[in-house]
Design a protein around this ligand. Structure first.
Ligand code: PLP
Length: 470
């Protein structure tokens, strides 16, 4: 493809994306296709190149019906995965430059724009100064957890790089921590028995720091080696916030690495009124917040900071001859390849930069605050309804609710609304009770969308009550 063809077809592709976003709200949120439907409609690979028209036609014919529309205003499932249009353009610019930024010297701008943004965000998010100079973009929070575990293992024992784990190393999470942390431990060579799931308080679902202290002490007494604790700000089930300061005290007593996972809630630190959720973060060794969830940035882009980049780099670095270069040897540059799992890296900072410059910090705060306000409204409607309960305290823009008639009624209301196609909700279990998670966070969601979703849930709940009442 020559640049002039790219220019012509590129306009068509941008038009296609703009048209898709314009008509998004009219599509059913969730794909309704059966397994195999998409594959059954795909042609064999062409022997000869065929241009772009057929591909664009297949997007309409096969891909759109086979897509769940995460940018739909009725998307309340899981957590949001914002892909704002400025971030889409930033992603395109990144691909257009075609940079692979594994070393500073393979593209200085790729490294230095990233360093600049991560340091600027330390100030904008009120993060501890110990994180300045320790920021890097990871692909996902799962990778962030893995590099934190590896750095923690290395800090605990300088033998780890030579001989690996000895099996006694132990990682602590809560029963509500995201499964990616247990998986990180597994990938680092620790078995499931090396991961302790600490109980949470039944009220707000936050980690019980006293139980953590007891478990760590008993492990130490039994000859185990506590390595890392993961505290979460905004758990996946209900948005619970673990008490970072109290957890950090336990970590300090035993020299344990404290990783704080704020994959979803992290961007809320941009708003001063939510900073209390991060109290004690200055005591953490590492912290992660996904820009690709609630911060308007197209998947994937996870913000990661550590107060000990030297430990992380030392844990991961291997310098083969083919990567040697004078900039690295001068010691004056950062080579981000040593801060992550893969060697190669995309110029992800461009899409974050696009978001930060298009919206400004004030625009991003307005995006976050708008959702928190909508969630507050929903919370008030649920509290005023005698047939529904809030099963956990609202956390920012996440509201967790259940029907008072029990799990079957909650399940039927959930299924009924999901079947309608105007909203998509997912569930969790809180203290043994099935609950619907309403995670408000799509850029296009407005009050009338939330009201319509709530009216649909209530109507389904009432139909259900009529059907099941004697
Ligand atoms: N941590 C929390 C609290 C999450 O909610 C999630 C995903 O929803 C993750 C980690 C994993 O995120 P990622 O897909 O970026 O690895």
């Amino acid at each position: 493809m020559q640049p002039d063809e790219f220019r012509r077809i590129g306009h068509e592709v941008i038009d296609w994306i703009a048209d898709y976003r314009e008509r998004l709200a009219d599509l059913p949120v969730r794909s309704r296709v059966e397994p195999g439907w998409v594959r059954s409609r795909l042609a064999p690979l062409p022997e000869r190149g065929e241009g772009f028209d057929g591909l664009l036609a297949d997007l309409d014919r096969v891909v759109v019906p086979g897509t769940t529309h995460w940018q739909h205003p009725g998307f309340y499932a899981y957590f949001p995965s914002n892909a704002s249009l400025p971030s889409v353009l930033g992603d395109l610019l990144s691909s257009g430059l075609g940079v692979q930024g594994m070393l500073w010297s393979t593209s200085p701008a790729c490294t230095e724009v990233e360093q600049h943004l991560l340091d600027e965000l330390v100030g904008a998010m009120g993060l501890p100064e110990s994180f300045r100079g320790g920021g890097v973009i990871q692909d996902t929070a799962s990778s962030a957890a893995l590099v934190a575990v590896l750095a923690a293992l290395h800090r605990k024992s300088d033998k780890w790089r030579q001989s690996g784990v000895d099996g006694g190393e132990t990682v602590y999470v809560s029963s509500q921590t995201h499964s990616s942390v247990e998986r990180a431990a597994r990938m680092a060579g620790l078995g499931a028995e090396s991961v302790r799931a600490i109980a949470v308080s039944p009220g707000d679902q936050s980690m019980d720091a006293a139980e953590l202290a007891g478990q760590v002490q008993s492990d130490v007494d039994n000859g185990r080696t506590p390595v890392l604790v993961c505290a979460t700000v905004g758990t996946t089930g209900t948005g619970a916030v673990d008490p970072i300061r109290a957890v950090a005290e336990v970590c300090a007593r035993h020299g344990i690495w404290l990783h704080v996972d704020a994959a979803w809630a992290g961007p809320a630190a941009l708003c001063p009124e939510h900073r209390h959720l991060f109290d004690g973060l200055e005591l953490a060794d590492s912290f992660c917040a996904n820009a690709h969830k609630w911060m308007l940035t197209a998947f994937d882009l996870s913000l990661f900071w550590t107060a000990h980049p030297d430990v992380l780099v030392d844990a991961l670095t291997i310098l083969p001859e083919y990567l040697r270069n004078s900039a690295t040897e001068s010691g004056a540059v950062v080579d981000y390849r040593d801060w992550q799992i893969p060697l190669g890296r995309r110029f992800r900072a461009l899409k974050l930069w696009s978001v930060l410059r298009w919206y400004g910090l004030e625009g991003i705060r307005a995006h976050l605050r708008g959702h928190v306000e909508l969630a507050g409204l929903l919370e008030s409607w649920v509290a005023a309804d005698e047939r529904w309960d809030l099963v956990a305290p609202r956390s920012l823009s996440l509201v967790t609710i259940a029907h008072r008639d029990g799990d079957a009624a909650t399940r039927r209301a959930l299924d009924a609304v999901n079947a309608e196609g105007t909203a998509f909700l997912t569930h969790t279990v809180v203290n043994g009770r099935l609950a619907i998670r309403v995670a408000i966070g799509a850029e296009a969601t407005r009050e009338h969308h939330v009201r319509a979703m709530w009216d649909a849930l209530r109507a389904a709940g009432e139909r259900d009550g009529e059907a099941t009442r004697p």
